[in-house]
Each structure stands twice: as C-alpha cells, then as structure tokens.
Design a protein around this ligand. Sequence first.
Ligand SMILES: Cc1ncc(COP(=O)(O)O)c(C=O)c1O
Length: 437
Amino acid sequence: MVNIYIPYHGLLFSLFRCSVKKREPNFSSRAGFGRFFVETAFLFPAFWPCFFALRKQYLNKILLQKGLESMKKITRRSCLEKITPYVPGKPVEEVERELGISGVIKMASNENPMGPSPLALQAIEKHLHRLHFYPDGNCYYLKQELAPFLGVKSGNIVVGNGADELITLLGAAYLEPGDEILVGHPSFSEYDFSARLMEAEPRRVPLHEHRFDLKAMAKEINPRTRLVFLCNPNNPTGTTVTHAEVEGLLQELPPEVLLVMDEAYCEYVDEESYPRSLELAKGRENVLVLRTFSKIYGLAGLRIGYGVGSEEIIKDLNTVREPFNVNALAQAAARAALEDREHFQAGFEANAEGKKFLQEEFERMALSYVPTQANFIFVDTGVDSRALFQELLQRGVIVRTGDIFGFPTFIRVTIGTREQNRYFIKCLEEVLKELSK
Ligand SMILES: Cc1ncc(COP(=O)(O)O)c(C=O)c1O
C-alpha cells in the first residue's frame, strides 16, 4: 500500500526490505528487533519526516551493500585456482631498511652482476627525449641487426617484453583447454603458467640426474601435446642437453607439436656438444628458439627477449602480441648491447672465473653441487634451505631456496662478482656451522 501512495518512500521501503532480506542470517535478536521496529514505524506517516531526514544515510548503506554483493558475483576463471602467483622478493632497498644494513647482494635472479653495457646506457640516455613517442611496434632496427648476427631473416624473429612474454604468447597462440605441454621437472615455472592460463595442462617429466631426459619426454608425447619446452641450460639445475639428444627428440616429434628451446643462458655455455639450435630451427616449421637480453647482456630491468623460428610461427606470435609490447628504451639498449662485444666477453669471462671459484669452494666444503653451464649453481647445502635463506639474508645475501623446485636442502645461487662470491662463501660457511650445531 505504501508503495502505491508514496512512490519515493515506497521505493525506499522496498529497497530497505530487500537489503534486509539479503543480509546474512546471523542477526542477533537485538538487531532483528530493531529491524522490525524500523519497518513497522515506516507504516506510520508520522515517522516519515524522520525517514526523510535519514534517507541519505539509508540509501548510502543500501547502495554500498548492493555494490559489495555485486562484487562478490565477479567470477574468476577456474584456471586461476591452479596458478600459484609468482612471489617476488622484496626490493633490495627494503631489505636493507628492515635489517638496518647496507650493501645487500642479490644472488637470486640470475642477473648479470656487472650491470649493463655502458653503450646501452648511452643509447638509453640518447633516446630519453623521444619518450613521448610510442615505440617501434615492429622492433624494425633491432631485428635488422639481430638477423645477420643470428644468420636468419628479420621475418624469422619476434621480439617480446622479455622471453617471459613470448612464453605466455606461445600459450595464447597454440593452446586450447585440455591441451598439454611437456616440461621437465624441476624447470622454469613460466611454462606451467602459460599452460594453466589457457586451461591446458603441464605434463611434467622428472629430470634424470638433474638433466632433461629427452627419451623419457618423447615417450610422454600424446595426441594432446602441443608444446614441448626444453630449458637449455635448465633453470634451476644449470645442466644442458646435447645437439644429438635434441635431434633424437625431433625425430620422435609429430610435426604438429612445437619444440620450444629456451636458451636464456646459452651465451654462458662452453660445451662443444651444445645444440646448434638456430640450425635446427632453420630447417623446420616446429622449432622455436627463445633468447633474452636479461642475462649476459645485463638488461633484465628493461624486459626484452626474442624468439627465432619459421615465418609461420613468428606470424602467429605477432598475431597475439600487443602492438607496442617492447618499450623504446629496451629496443635502443638492446641494439647497443649487441654491438658491445667487449662487455659481452668480459661478462662471460667473469662468470667462468666465478663458476670455477664457487664450484671449487663447494668441493672444499664437501657440498654436492650440479656442475653448471649457466650463471647460477644449484647446490645441496644439507640443511633446510629456508632457514639457511633467512640466515644469509641477515648477513645481506639473497639466494633462491630449493624447496620451490622440490629440493628443500638445495639453494640456487647466482654467480656474482669476485667480491660477492667471496662474501657469499664466507657467510655460507658461517651459517652452515651455526645451523649444524
Ligand atoms: C629459463 C629462463 N627463460 C626465460 C627467462 C625470462 O627471461 P626474460 O627476463 O627475458 O623474461 C628466465 C629468467 O629467469 C629463465 O630463467
């Protein structure tokens, strides 16, 4: 009746009732009584001025509740349940502030401890005044320079916002719900992420003696397999497979399955038998090689990596990428970094020296480690890596714990500068003594 005679208050009343009904049922009896009193009072016109005065407050409450209810109704895709978000470490500055120390050393993300090439820094500075323009969406000049460097055509190259982006784009281009990707385990986690995002499943094949077991992987290929990710050198073990082993896998690979050779660390490799991946990619439609400027080129903060494959694959990846996926400073810096062979060589040599030093130190300390071909080492410390991590952190050294890879007593440590490596070993010895007391 009220609704008919006084439309405004009728609306208010029905909204009020509606909101009351939708509340959670666990009212205390006092609240229930209050509600009853308010509703009954509303039926008497003498109380309407009070309601009029309070209408704003009521309406706000009701609208807020409606807003919250509609928020609850946003449905996330079910695949999100299966994705463990990447947990980034705290910024070094924050760690320093919290611990009240300075000079914290990050040996956790396999970056180049020497930093970027000075030529790259100059190129960035030179480009700063052009930042109001969008970047070149085709990375034209970078591809022009990469092509002869790699011995391929521009049309065989796709550039991404880091190799990470290209891994995600591979999922977007090639995976349907229910498809499978084949990965080694433990390996780089972005492959799983790319699959899960597309409602596809990663099929994990355990490593054998810390190396990819390509024969075992070949046996796991089935009609649902779409992508095979070969991380070479593998993160976190630093191990490689040989050219002959990859050729063997390719013989077993159906033409509709794409082999992705992730070579983020290839520039550090010194093994003769390392695959000549570009050669393998050149002759085939179903091989894509991924590389990055984040590691030996020291440009991780700019996010730039590239893929090399057949024109068809490159076309597919260009179809699913954003038009301006690679920022202008990254393009300028990458071109300059590619030119600076001196800086590249110095990075390689420093890494080789650091690798030798750390591996010898691990031997002296009787710690078992996986001989590496990359810029990090996977080492068994024999103690809980999380406890070790905390103790090293207190001393200003950040490493990666092995539990995330299924190896709770291992850590993955990035090879640092000479001073960083020495300091790390000193701290590690101290901490191990303490933890084994
Ligand atoms: C094996 C591997 N692939 C790709 C990447 C990502 O490279 P980017 O920094 O170019 O995204 C990493 C980074 O750590 C990696 O370890």
